[in-house]
Write a protein that binds this ligand. Structure first.
Ligand code: SAH
Length: 204
């Protein structure tokens, strides 16, 4: 899987290393385990999916690019099965990962138990409001996309921090958006089109 990621242009050693360590097959049903190292999204229940490895790698590379060593606290919106949170735990100091569906929050807790990742904090709640208690964040990464990037996420970004999230742009299509906070403002870049599950409000 890691060789395929390299062939697709992923070069960040930390990201490749973290994806080498975390066994993706441990986050999907046994019946799907034989597909776990293919570049495909897979169902994780409740109509949600674990993102494709190449998409996880791309987002985490964007998050870490040009930054030395482990970055600080990161907010991961949409825990799902917990895979991305596990990968992040090897790249950043603290991971706050929030999920709005209780059954998936619990599934992630079960999946992650055996990994004993002391720097991953799983939260149950509506990630559209971010998670103010952990702010400011050196990074925010979202695995679900809405019509825009919620203002709360932008407010919870530290100076020098970076947000990577899917959002629908004026074209009507979902794209990857990168927002960086500087001492005196923000820069926003619109990257390639993507296809993430919808960002929904409230919990269930
Ligand atoms: N990173 C996950 C991907 C899961 S798919 C993984 O590695 O498995 C995206 C997840 O975002 C879904 O589980 C969905 O329930 C969740 N989600 C959607 N809107 C949300 C919100 N407002 N707050 C928290 N989670 C949300």
């Amino acid at each position: 899987m890691v060789r395929k990621l390299q062939a697709q242009g992923i070069s960040h050693p930390g990201v490749l290393g973290a994806m080498q360590i975390v066994e993706r097959h441990r986050f999907v049903d046994t019946a799907l385990a034989n597909q776990a190292y293919e570049d495909t999204s897979l169902p994780i229940g409740l109509g949600q999916t674990i993102s494709k490895p190449s998409v996880v790698a791309r987002m985490l590379e964007l998050l870490c690019q040009g930054r030395e060593g482990r970055i600080g606290r990161v907010l991961d919106i949409g825990t799902g099965c917990g895979y991305q949170a596990a990968v992040l735990s090897h790249l950043v100091q603290e991971v706050y990962s929030i999920e709005r569906l209780r059954a998936l929050h619990e599934k992630a807790r079960d999946n992650l138990r055996a990994f004993r990742l002391a720097n991953v904090h799983l939260l149950f709640g509506d990630g559209m409001a971010g998670y103010a208690q952990g702010a400011p964040y050196a990074g925010i990464v979202a695995a679900a996309g809405g019509n825009d990037v919620p203002q709360a996420w932008i407010e919870q970004l530290a100076v020098g921090g970076r947000l990577v999230a899917p959002a629908v742009t004026d074209s009507g299509q979902q794209h990857l958006i990168v927002i960086e906070r500087h001492a005196h403002g923000f820069t926003r870049s619109v990257l390639e089109p993507v296809l993430f599950v919808p960002l929904k409000s409230g919990v269930s």
